[in-house]
Design a protein around this ligand. Structure first.
Ligand SMILES: *Cc1c(COP(=O)(O)O)cnc(C)c1O
Ligand SMILES: [Zn+2]
Length: 411
């Protein structure tokens, strides 16, 4: 049974039935899934959720499928780590890391959105899946569509890291590398989706795809003991995750699952691709597209689809946006690794770096709860740290050589 009412335009509020549509035909506004919360409230209690299996489908009433998911049944319920060492390093009292660097099966939060999108595409009867990707989405669509026995075509910009490219090819997908930026890739995919009639998870299936993001936040609230944190720092590419974290807090509050939705949202970008945080910092409503130039390739979207609404959510919540240099990104990756033993990719470096900056600026107070969103795995972006974290000591297999080395290694 589905609790979905339909699709609705975020701008003019025109309603549409559940179809593979993503923009309003009247005003070109983005479409969003609308639910019947009164009915959901009757069944989705804290108690009911707690008894279900530890995966993202424990909130299935708030997901836009008619039936059970056909792929990704085990995705989600990643750890919320109480990060006391990092808290100490940053000089704050209460800090948590939501760690989707270990999300099943492809080690980023994209597995959440893809399991919804591919399952929905199958419900719609599509035979072929595709995506325009900055890397992690490519990995996840290739893995999940393959597992769902669905032919798939993946489109990426041609400057991605080895881990992202090989981590896609391994699934024997059809991978197309475009000579251009992500924004060029995305434009092409919109044309292909129209002409070939394929399900592009983040183009014509986008309203359903985006709903998958919400489970990342539901889990945080549940893991905090049915509470929202006071502050949450979120990496942004297209701005979808940040928007949906905001929607999740409103939904949980509306359903009586949390006492309030009093949470400030902070968006994080790389300075080399910061169209959304720039809009927030300069007080502009409109997002001015940029040409990306940063090592945080997973966040390198110069013309973010949900940027306008992400900036609005930050303002409404009382949060802020900030960005960091490539050097600060690497420092962020290293800081998280040496304090908490978590190896994140460049997007996580952005989040940690921005968190540090916002605390130093006094924008995030030191005595209230903070969650930072770690969304991807460091093994996929080794290029970012090669040559910046030292090298192993090399010796022969002789005790005397180790004895000598040990003297020099002792701190
Ligand atoms: C895609 C991605 C994001 C940002 O997602 P949006 O919803 O497009 O803002 C953040 N982190 C990682 C690792 C990603 O792959
Ligand atoms: Zn409209």
């Amino acid at each position: 049974m589905s609790f979905v009412k339909g699709l609705r335009c975020r701008e003019c509020h025109k309603e549409y039935p559940i179809e593979p549509l993503h923009v309003c035909e009247f005003c070109f506004g983005p479409l969003e899934v609308v639910y019947n919360y009164d009915e959901i409230k009757k069944v989705l209690t804290r108690d009911a959720i707690s008894k279900r299996a530890p995966n993202m489908w424990r909130y299935k009433e708030l997901m836009p499928l008619n039936g059970e998911p056909t792929v990704g049944a085990q995705v989600g319920f990643t750890p919320l780590v109480k990060a006391d060492n990092l808290a100490k390093a940053l000089g704050v009292k209460e800090l948590y890391v939501k760690n989707d660097a270990v999300c099943y099966p492809t080690l980023s939060f994209k597995d959440r959105v893809v399991s919804v999108a591919i399952s929905k595409a199958k419900e719609f009867g599509f035979k072929v899946a595709g995506c325009a990707s900055t890397g992690n989405l490519a990995n996840s669509v290739a893995a999940n569509a393959t597992a769902a026995n669905m032919e798939n075509f993946i489109f990426i910009p041609n400057d991605l890291e080895q881990g992202k490219v090989l981590g896609t090819l391994i699934y024997k997908t059809n991978l197309v590398s475009i000579k251009g930026t992500y924004d060029d890739v995305n434009r092409l995919c919109a044309e292909i989706a129209g002409k070939y009639g394929w399900a592009f998870v983040n183009v014509n299936i986008r309203p359903f795809y985006a709903e998958g993001c919400k489970t990342y936040a539901y889990e945080i609230f549940e893991q905090l003991g049915w509470k929202v944190p006071k502050h949450i720092v979120v990496p942004m590419a297209g701005g979808s995750l940040l928007n949906k974290i905001w929607k999740s807090a409103q939904e949980f509050h509306k359903l009586g699952l949390t006492d309030d939705a009093d949470m400030k949202l902070y968006g994080a970008q790389a300075t080399g691709c910061s169209p959304i945080t720039t809009a927030v910092k300069t007080g502009h409503d409109l997002i001015k597209p940029v040409k990306p130039n940063t090592i945080a390739k997973s966040l390198a979207i110069g013309n973010p689809a949900d940027g306008f609404y992400a900036a609005k959510a930050m303002r409404e919540s009382g949060g802020w946006g900030e960005d960091v240099s490539d050097e600060e990104i690497v420092d962020g990756i290293k800081l998280l690794a040496r304090t908490e033993g978590i190896f994140t990719e460049t997007a996580g470096g952005v989040t940690v770096g921005v968190t540090k900056k916002l605390i130093e600026q006094g924008r995030i107070p030191r005595d209230e709860s903070i969650v930072i969103c770690i969304t991807g795995n460091g093994l996929k972006t080794l290029e970012a740290v090669v040559g910046k974290i030292g090298a192993p000591e090399v010796i022969n297999a002789k005790l005397s050589e180790f004895d000598e080395l040990y003297k020099t290694m002792k701190k």
